[in-house]
Design a protein around this ligand. Structure first.
Ligand code: NI
Length: 175
């Protein structure tokens, strides 16, 4: 088990665009998947992208069920995900392990069609909706260096980011 440090805003590594994974079965990718899962369950969170561990590769994990149904683990691994289409609009209150303590309503597509590779490298295509579609859009945004707070109205975003930078400086000064 390897729980790793999750980068927090405004760490510049969170803004990197992650590179495609050439070989999902490679040992270092398998290790990354294990670390992502361990770190996500430990946090605890419902999703984590490699970018959040400072690894610029297009890999993310989610488990949107385990916190609701105790003892049930339903880990999903997403490698080289590509959203082929987006439809409709929905709004959920989102949070992020890289933006601790912030929960804000964000608008996203209500339905997506996704193509991705699993941990063995097999290619899949499927549709997702509602909370699952939202969680996936949130995670895959990380792979492009985007955070959910970037989707807030400009004035709110500016104030929030200022506050977060100040909090982080204070945390680091106290550490
Ligand atoms: Ni996040």
């Amino acid at each position: 088990m390897a729980v790793r440090e999750i980068l927090t805003y405004p760490d510049p590594r969170l803004r990197e665009r992650a590179e495609p994974v050439a070989d999902p079965a490679a040992p270092e990718v398998q290790q990354l998947i294990q670390d992502l899962a361990d770190t996500m369950y430990d946090a605890p969170g419902v999703g984590l992208a490699a970018t959040q561990l400072g690894v610029p590769l297009r890999v993310a994990v989610t488990d949107t069920r385990w916190r609701d149904e105790e003892g049930v683990r339903d880990l999903h691994v997403w490698i080289n995900p590509e959203i082929l289409s987006r439809e409709g609009e929905t709004e959920f209150e989102e949070g992020c392990l890289s933006v601790p303590g912030v929960f804000e309503h964000v608008k996203r597509a209500a339905r997506i069609t996704l193509r991705w590779q699993d941990a063995e490298g097999a290619v899949h295509t499927a549709d997702f909706e509602d909370f699952q579609a939202v969680a996936l859009q949130h995670e895959f945004d990380h792979l492009d260096g985007r955070l959910f707070i970037d989707l807030l109205p400009p004035v709110k975003q500016k104030l929030l980011k200022k506050r977060l930078r100040k909090q982080k400086r204070r945390r680091e000064a106290g550490a």
